[in-house]
Design a protein around this ligand. Sequence first.
Ligand code: UT7
Length: 326
Amino acid sequence: MEIISKLTGCGSYLPQNVVTNSDLAKKIDTSDEWIFSRTGIKQRHYAAVGENTSDLALIAAERALSHAGVTGQDVDLIVVGTTTPDRTFPATAVKVQKNIGCVRGAAFDVQAVCSGFIFALSIVDSMLKTGQFKTALVIGADTLSRLLNWEDRTTAVLFGDGAGAVVVQAVEVDTRSRNEDGILSTHIHSDGNLENLLYCDGGPSTTQTSGFITMAGKEIFRHAVTNLASVVMEALAANNLKGSDIDWLVPHQANKRIIDSTVKKLKMPKDKVVLTVQDHANTSAASIPLALDQAVCEGRIQQGDLLLMEAMGGGLTWGAALARWG
Ligand code: UT7
């Protein structure tokens, strides 16, 4: 027998306030044409005043639990990927733990910026396979609107708020045949030498403020194209698969041109890519589970479909995960 971890449910939440590119053009020197042509973004959602990352995460978590047919009491592990926790401490995950009525197990946050969901999924996959935990919530939740510098149009137009969650459960199986079920593999990387290409210029230990996003856009773009191509090929090679075996690419949604480049590398048809960047903008750790949930709700992703998820973010951090849905 062996333990595998299976994705058994998903849910997501977007704040109600929708802000279009044209809305932004009334506030700063930009245009719908510039934003859409450079990034593919048309609009984003911003959390209301008083609506915090844990509030978004909670709704996404509750929807994922309901979709998986389990309750908060069944959960024994919660990992939230976030860069915008409600408080410096404790973790946003413990707030979710309390609010879903979970009174056991462990809850903590993972800080890998836009790669946060992939990193959290990778950690949870490993922890479930030890046999120590049975039912996990992996959440990506961020309110990056709180870190926007409205004096910097090169970054202010790129981000939005949201949350997505998946339920991941440990299941005992007879030794599984290759690529059959559950999470097949995860692959995570970091390169701290590149930390100054994308960072937030605040922090409790330095400025005692949360600070603002600072990004060397062109360099980040270049690293994203290279690193994502490399990590998706690493994931395929580890499972003896090729691009044509993938049913759905569920990428981090930062820039449509970056996604197009990964699709080209994988030689995948464009209609097999879940694209939400036009509606959500870059929601950091939330973007993959938000896209996944949308495609599942629309009936595009079906039970047994092979998913390739990938992301890159500040750190730099990057990673990929291959999994069968359901
Ligand atoms: O989640 C992972 C993190 N993020 C990413 O993956 C983002 C990676 N980078 C990118 O997506 C792109 O580099 C951007 C979308 C950020 C920028 O696109 P770009 O084609 O690299 O534009 P640029 O920075 O070279 O700027 C071109 C021009 C500049 O004007 P000049 O100097 O050519 O006259 C900018 O000042 O566009 C100007 N510009 C803008 N114009 C209107 C920059 N931002 C804006 C704006 N509206 N918001």
